[in-house]
Design a protein around this ligand. Structure first.
Ligand code: GAL
Length: 411
């Protein structure tokens, strides 16, 4: 259900603005100021009570997005069971725009790629029971060199609302005169200012649009991301390599305190099916679920293998990600590349991931007390990838190189 944001002045208005003002003042002043998670007022637009799930074209197709691809992917999201598993948002990334605005300054779709315009695409996607996401940039140009939304926020948000857009990924390239990206020194316009402008424009548009902040973990985004957006990128781009997945995981796992219903750390999209081994894909999906990350599939769904679809459709692992308590899993221990993570779940269960980041098989062990279940009683564990159940007072498994074992510990 869409709830007009301008009907929520008490929750969004003053409190949010006070936090933003405080953050701005602090960022502007010294640099020694540190925000704690509890100080950041969440957006509270009613969206993303659990981490958003969906699909995006960028990992699989880069800027080659077309109306046909969107429609074919929407069909596949339904027929493959992805929609029923919770993948609701079909997100169009960079590449959908014409290279110039029109004479009145409005963004235009690329008519070759989208011959029937974006409203027709939104109607098609909505007709499948899905929601439509789009991409724009909080600078002078998108990362692909198309028109940016800086100083056009109000008109662009109104345009997106008129099309029926449900989700906006807002990128950070060309963030000021002379900038190609946001590390461009004095000519850069502060991210907080630019993202606040789009947040306010969305509110003014009257449509409840999920705002996905994409400034790659820069500009102290964890101190303000939750007050403006429902999710915020915490790192540079994910790609289809184990090395990148590992480095992103290591950064994102440390940010658990900032995640909560309505506001999520975003370690970027899923590269499952795009080049890692089956073991690494399973690790990637398990770690993202354990970190309560948005699950935005980047695989080529229309041609995805049965194995990739089955992996992304693991209902038990998805349930960990989507758990209503909304806690991001944390590291219980990390010894020589052997990590144990625990995530408290609603109702008292705990999900546990034993992650072997090394290049050789290893035994990884932890205790019930360490994962938050003190006492001597045995517990039932469900292995979320094999389905096997065991009753035990010890948690220990042989884990393949780059692999995981993932359990739900009951009760
Ligand atoms: C990057 C962004 C990617 C993708 C790309 C499009 O800045 O992090 O996820 O959106 O731009 O050009």
């Amino acid at each position: 259900m869409n709830m007009p944001l301008d009907k929520l002045p008490g929750r969004r208005g003053l409190a949010v603005r006070m936090v933003i003002a405080a953050a701005l003042a602090a960022v502007m002043s010294a640099g020694t100021w540190v925000v704690t998670a509890s100080e950041v007022q969440a957006l509270e637009n009613g969206l993303a009570r659990t981490p958003p799930m969906g699909w995006n074209n960028y990992p699989g197709y880069r800027l080659n997005i077309t109306e046909k691809l969107v429609k074919d992917t929407a069909d596949k999201m339904v027929s493959s069971g992805m929609k029923d598993a919770g993948y609701t948002y079909l997100n169009i990334d960079d590449g959908w725009m014409a290279s110039t605005r029109d004479g009145s300054g409005n963004l235009q779709v690329n008519k070759t790629k989208f011959p029937n315009g974006m409203k027709a695409v939104a109607d098609y996607v909505h007709g499948k029971g899905l929601k439509l996401g789009i991409y724009a940039d909080a600078g002078l140009k998108t990362c692909g060199g198309l028109p940016g939304s800086l100083d056009h926020e109000a008109a662009d948000a109104r345009l997106f609302a008129s099309w029926g857009i449900d989700y906006l990924k807002y990128d950070n390239c060309f963030a000021g005169p002379g900038c190609a990206n946001s590390t461009c020194g004095d000519t850069k316009i502060p991210a907080l200012k630019r993202y606040t402008a789009m947040h306010d424009a969305i509110v003014a548009s009257g449509r409840n649009i999920l705002l996905s902040v994409c400034n790659w973990g820069q500009d102290d985004v964890t101190s303000w991301g939750a007050s403006l957006g429902n999710m915020w990128r915490t790192t540079t781009d994910m790609n289809n390599t184990y090395a990148r997945m590992l480095s992103i995981y290591r950064k994102n796992v440390a940010l658990a305190a900032f995640a909560k219903p309505g506001a999520w750390n975003d370690p970027d999209m899923l590269e499952t099916g795009n080049g890692m081994t089956a073991t690494e894909d399973r690790t990637h999906f398990s770690l993202w679920a354990q970190m309560a990350a948005p699950l935005i599939s980047g695989s080529k769904l229309t041609t995805a293998s049965a194995a990739t679809l089955a992996l992304q459709l693991n209902k038990e692992v998805i349930a960990v990600d989507q758990d209503s308590l909304g806690r991001q899993g944390t590291l219980v221990s990390s010894t020589s590349g052997r990590d144990v993570l625990a995530k408290p779940l609603a109702g008292g269960d705990v999900s546990v991931v034993l992650f072997n980041s090394t290049d050789a098989t290893a035994t990884i062990s932890t205790t019930l007390a360490a994962i938050g279940k003190p006492g001597n009683a045995s517990r039932t564990l469900t292995d979320l990838w094999s389905g096997a159940k065991t009753t035990t007072s010890a948690i220990s498994a042989s884990v393949p190189a780059h692999g995981v074992v993932m359990y739900r510990v009951h009760g």
